[in-house]
Design a protein around this ligand. Sequence first.
Ligand code: PAF
Length: 286
Amino acid sequence: MERLSSKAEVHGAVLAAKREGKSVALVPTMGALHDGHLSLVQAACARADYVVVSVFVNPTQFGPGEDFEAYPRDLEHDLALLAAEGADIVFTPNVSAMYAADAAVTVGPGPLGGMWEGAIRPAHFSGVCTVVTKLLSIVGPDLAFFGEKDYQQLQVVKRLVCDLDLPAKVVGCPIVRECDGLAMSSRNAYLDRDERAAATVLYRALRTAETLALDGERDARVIATALRDTVEAEPLATLDYAELVDPVTLQSLKTLDRPLRAIVAARVGATRLIDNMAIVPRQEQQ
Ligand code: PAF
């Protein structure tokens, strides 16, 4: 495994791999890797001959007062994990290598980026779209892997790639959870003991929604209310949103007449957590 920090080096290495007829996968990350990230790298290694993992804490997707400075960073540990998984290249640009001082063009996320997370973090998805577009141009992968944990991000990136005709296929990978259901996230490291216990409320709320759907409830508003009530019953959690939405357009739905997605976001102490789950109406499971 090689660690490369310049765009030109990565571009050159990928070009050489392509000349040998290898298929190329990109796994974009912000580092502080956990088993969720590693599942993306494993999926990439299973589907492509040559795997590039980027580790870059992207400043443009953090708003003022968010945790860009505090975001966990442990590059040595990340490199050891990625070597063990069999990644070929780890791309670790610094901010000035990634963004020219006079860079003026950004990539907008379209309407999907203004909803849910985008309503609370207004510049977030523009920062994500800009950096993902740049990473896709630098690496030129056949496949790019993203986790379903950031479900809205996955839908925004799929639209980005489709609408701009970017020549890569986006592959979404399932959420990886701790034993008690908490979705793995680099931000879980911020939680103290009591908050860590309280943080499972997001998963418990999603399971409540899933159970209601499996029991035959068809009114999405009833299920969304149960989702919200579960989170609000946890004293250490403050709900941002909890809703049942179309899995592609992310619009709120009123009836469970097709598979949909339950999405939830809450602050536990000072830490913002998001989670989601596929919800399938009862008769569609037969
Ligand atoms: O999901 C993330 O870690 C980031 O948003 C991404 C896709 C690496 C872009 O910075």
